[in-house]
Design a protein around this ligand. Structure first.
Ligand code: UT7
Length: 334
């Protein structure tokens, strides 16, 4: 449960960016033991985007923020704080937030990166809310951005066809009208999940070496079957919980905005909540799993298509490495 402060935090603008280069399922068929049919039916993915090799995550984040600022009609100098959810920072440090701040000339902002894998966006949003609720910050940007192509082993059919590159961003501002904005958040972690989904190399435990490179330790490793079972349960349970805690019925929900890891996980979550798939934001077929970017790109795309209106109840839910998972309930305010 959120500890309510002076204000509610409401989303007042959105933006997103996906690279132009499209990689379809046929691409993988040509060199791996897989098929378009398997990928579509087991994951729901038809294609994903790849950023140029020499461009970093911050490139996409800057584009998403530019889109957001344009939609709100404000300049970057109005921003107080930038929080970046990512597992693919441009480098270990300085933070991607610092790089974005410098690139965009966000002279009045401070910021930091937050690493919670596929829950990076909702953990960042939950963190950002506190600064708005307390009244200490007026305009906070939360970005979810990942260049997953930088950490996927293109020879590993268990992972390489799942992931894509993208960035999405939201702007948070305060409202005194407590019936709008972010109304509840439930977050969880369970470190026992670490062995099933991780990137072992490059940290202080396994610093980069010839051995870490030879053993492919700088890439994503996933035991898909185990994570799948936990994700179905974790995401469905927490989504149902936030509905129950807030006395919401399925008909009160305008949209579920789920993390896009697998269409079967998304469907199971919607089933548990008792809502039909026409109330579920989906873009996995176009972009695959973009880690921290799935939820904000969905929201931004649906907003740009005129599909979100004032008063809509949205439930944002995710599950990812850690394990990390959670749900956020908000009433759309503009
Ligand atoms: O985003 C963060 C959290 N991550 C997730 O939520 C991902 C969760 N996991 C998944 O989405 C799914 O487990 C995968 C999409 C990764 C894999 O799907 P699955 O249905 O769990 O496949 P599986 O590993 O159980 O394998 C089923 C079959 C096996 O063949 P047999 O033994 O039934 O003959 C695999 O060998 O599919 C085979 N298989 C493949 N076939 C073609 C596994 N990977 C592939 C592949 N192409 N890429």
């Amino acid at each position: 449960m959120l500890n309510k402060g002076l204000y509610n935090a409401m989303i007042t603008s959105v933006g997103h960016y996906v690279p132009d280069r499209v990689i379809n399922n046929k691409f993988f068929e040509e060199y791996l033991d897989t098929s378009d049919e398997w990928i579509r039916t087991r994951t729901g993915i038809q294609e994903r985007r790849r950023l140029d090799r020499d461009l970093p995550t911050s490139y996409m984040a800057v584009k998403a923020i530019e889109n957001l600022l344009h939609n709100r009609g404000i300049g970057i100098e109005e921003i107080d704080l930038i929080i970046v959810g990512t597992v693919t920072p441009d480098m270990i440090y300085p933070s991607t937030a610092c790089i974005i701040q410098e690139k965009m000339g966000a002279t009045n902002a401070w910021g930091f990166d937050l690493m919670a894998a596929c829950s990076g966006f909702i953990f960042s949003l939950t963190t950002a809310i506190q600064f708005i609720q307390s009244g200490s910050h007026k305009k906070v940007i939360v970005v979810g951005a990942d260049k997953m192509s930088a950490i996927t082993n293109m020879e590993d059919r268990n992972t390489c066809l799942l992931f894509g590159d993208a960035a999405g961003a939201v702007l948070l501002e305060p409202t005194e009208d407590k019936s709008y904005g972010i109304r509840d958040a439930i977050m969880h972690i369970d470190g026992k999940g670490g062995k099933y989904l991780h990137q072992l190399g490059g940290g202080s435990l396994h610093p980069a070496s010839h051995e870490t490179v030879d053993k492919r330790m700088h890439f994503v490793y996933q035991d898909g079957k185990t994570v799948f079972k936990e994700a179905v349960k974790g995401m469905a349970d927490v989504s149902y919980q936030i509905m129950k805690d807030n006395k919401l019925k399925p008909e009160d929900i305008s949209y579920l905005v789920p993390h896009q890891a697998n269409l079967r996980i998304i469907t199971a979550c919607a089933d548990r909540m008792g809502i039909s798939m026409d109330k579920v934001m989906v873009n996995i077929h176009k972009y695959g799993n973009t880690t921290s970017a799935t939820i904000p790109t969905c929201i931004s795309e649906y907003w740009h298509n005129g599909k979100i209106k004032k008063g809509d109840n949205l439930i944002l839910s995710s599950f990812g490495a850690g394990y990390t998972w959670g749900s956020i309930l908000l009433k759309w305010a503009y």
